[in-house]
Every structure is written in C-alpha cells, then in structure tokens.
Design a protein around this ligand. Structure first.
Ligand SMILES: NC(=O)c1ccc[n+]([C@@H]2O[C@H](COP(=O)([O-])OP(=O)(O)OC[C@H]3O[C@@H](n4cnc5c(N)ncnc54)[C@H](OP(=O)(O)O)[C@@H]3O)[C@@H](O)[C@H]2O)c1
Length: 271
C-alpha cells in the first residue's frame, strides 16, 4: 500500500473518520505515511484518533469538526481543504434510517440527502480541480449495495446512495483522461455502528465484514476498478439483484427489508 503515497502524494482527506470504515481508512493511510485531515461531527473522537495516529505513525493529523448537512460548515471545510494539495480524498461520511417512507422525520431525510449525496458532490466539484491540474489524484466515494438497486423501507438512504453511484461512475470516466483515479466503494453489511443506529441487530446481518477489510479492499482497488463491493457474500448478493428484472429486485429487496426491520424490532424488544 506504500505505493499509494508515491502515486498520489502525501496528503489525504477523509470524511466520516470518527468511527467505522472512515476510521479504518485513517489507520491504513497513516500506516502508509500520509499526513491526514480527518473530519466528522464528533470532535472528541477525532482528537483521540488524531493523537493515537500521530503517536503510532509519526504523521501530521489535522482535525476539522464539521456537520456535512450544514452547508455553511461544509463550505468552510471546502475552503480550508482547497488550501492544501490533497492527492487522496475519501468521501465516506454517511448515515441511513430504515422504515416506511411516510414515517420518516423529513428534516432527517433532508439531512441525509445533504450529507450522503450533496456534500460528496460539492467536495468533488471543489477538490478535483487541483488533482486535474496535477494530473494525478485518487478520490474514493463510499456508497452502499443499497445504492445499486431500489430498497423499499430504506427509500431515502437507497436514493441518497444511488445519487452517489451514478455521479461516481460518470466521474470515473471523466477523470480518467486527466490521470485522476475515482472509485466507488459499495459495501454491504459491515461491522460498524451504522446498522445498529438504524435499529438492526448484528446477528441478522448476512456477510458481515470488518471495516478494516472494507477499507483495505477499497485502497487496493483504487486505480484498478470503477466499483468495489468487498466480500464474496455481499458481491454475490448484489450481483444477483442486479441481474433480476428491476420489478423483481425491488419486490425482493422490499420483502427482505420489511422482514429484517420486523425481526430486529422483536429481537430488540426481547432484550
Ligand atoms: N456499515 C455498513 O453496513 C455500511 C454498508 C454500506 C454502506 N455504508 C456506508 O459507509 C459509510 C461509513 O459508515 P460506517 O459503516 O463506518 O458507520 P459509522 O461508524 O456510523 O460512520 C459514519 C461516519 O460518518 C460520519 N457522519 C455521519 N453523519 C455526518 C454528518 N452529518 N456530518 C459529518 N459526518 C457525519 C460519522 O461521524 P460523526 O457521527 O462524528 O459525525 C462517522 O464518522 C457511510 O457512508 C455508510 O452509509 C456502511
């Protein structure tokens, strides 16, 4: 992985670095010698991570506490980031919520669209030009298997990730001619706080994989692939869904999600 630094330079920016997959990107890039700018909302977690990374890997780590659903905070982050030559950017922050579309809190839905879709797009718009100018760079976007097909009972999240998937596939080709590598990371079940925050329970998640494995696969795929879905089970699952007629895949995803929500509810109630 040390050739990442030779290929992209020595500075990386990671959003959603306070936990889960983003934190693992931070550890793996730090181990490769990148100086980092890490961002998320929880400043304390970021500070603790920065201290540990500096101590273990002797790199520079800057933290920026930023709520990506707040456009003013996002703009301030972008202004700051534009002043540095980031050769590698990991747009990873995101969150989801499960349930009937009409039962969501719409303020949360708008925050989800802002965080999961509009913020990555704006980061890309403002941070890719320097990579284009330098004729090198790497940009990883974290989507989800839910961005590949429609997912009833997870509609806003799936839609927010579908936006990213379409954008990133287009950017992959547009950026190629400028020597900039773009990768869509589309993980399936990953052992982080995210599924639990959405009310799921760990034992109902099929193909659960570690966030370290997911980050490693993404860094390994950058510059080689357009899309990566780490793990055989998750890859096989989404590949099967994609070859089904859309109507069937939508029905299957909806039935599966509805059952998963109901099972999680009864498991959580029994606790
Ligand atoms: N775990 C899975 O099974 C799975 C599957 C497919 C895709 N993904 C995607 O993987 C990415 C990382 O999630 P994870 O699984 O690692 O879960 P996680 O541990 O909950 O990490 C989510 C990260 O995003 C940050 N974040 C959330 N909302 C934010 C906001 N409004 N502004 C700024 N930062 C925000 C969180 O930090 P703060 O709370 O400190 O802001 C955290 O660092 C997400 O995009 C998620 O959709 C996860």
């Amino acid at each position: 992985m040390h050739n990442l630094r030779e290929k992209y330079g020595d500075k990386a920016l990671i959003t959603g670095a306070s936990s889960g997959i983003g934190e693992q990107f931070a550890w793996q890039l730090a181990a490769s010698g990148f100086d980092l700018l890490i961002t998320a909302r929880q400043e304390e977690q970021l500070q603790q991570l920065a201290d540990e990374l500096k101590e273990k890997h002797h790199i520079d780590v800057e933290i920026v506490a930023c709520d990506l659903s707040d456009t003013k905070q996002l703009d301030a982050l972008i202004e700051k980031a534009k002043a540095t030559d980031f050769g590698l950017v990991v747009s990873n922050a995101g969150f989801g919520a499960k349930g009937d579309f009409l039962e969501h809190d719409y303020v949360q839905v708008e925050n989800m669209y802002q965080t999961n879709s509009l913020a990555p797009s704006k980061l890309a718009y403002h941070l890719l030009p320097k990579m284009v100018e330098n004729k090198r760079g790497g940009f990883i976007f974290t989507g989800s298997v839910e961005g590949e097909v429609a997912f009833p009972y997870s509609a806003p999240y799936a839609a927010s990730k579908a936006f990213v998937h379409s954008l990133v596939r287009s950017l992959w080709l547009e950026m190629k001619q400028h020597g900039v590598d773009v990768l869509l990371l589309a993980p399936g079940s990953t052992d982080t706080a995210a599924p639990l925050k959405q009310g799921m329970t760990k034992d109902q998640l099929i193909g659960l994989q570690s966030p370290a494995f997911v980050a490693k696969k993404a860094l390994g795929a950058l510059g080689k692939k357009m899309v990566v879905t780490p793990g055989f089970v998750n890859y096989a699952f989404i590949s099967l869904f994609k070859i089904l007629p859309r109507r069937w895949s939508t029905i299957a995803a909806g039935l599966g999600m509805k059952k998963a929500i109901a099972d999680a509810k009864s498991q959580n109630q029994a606790k």
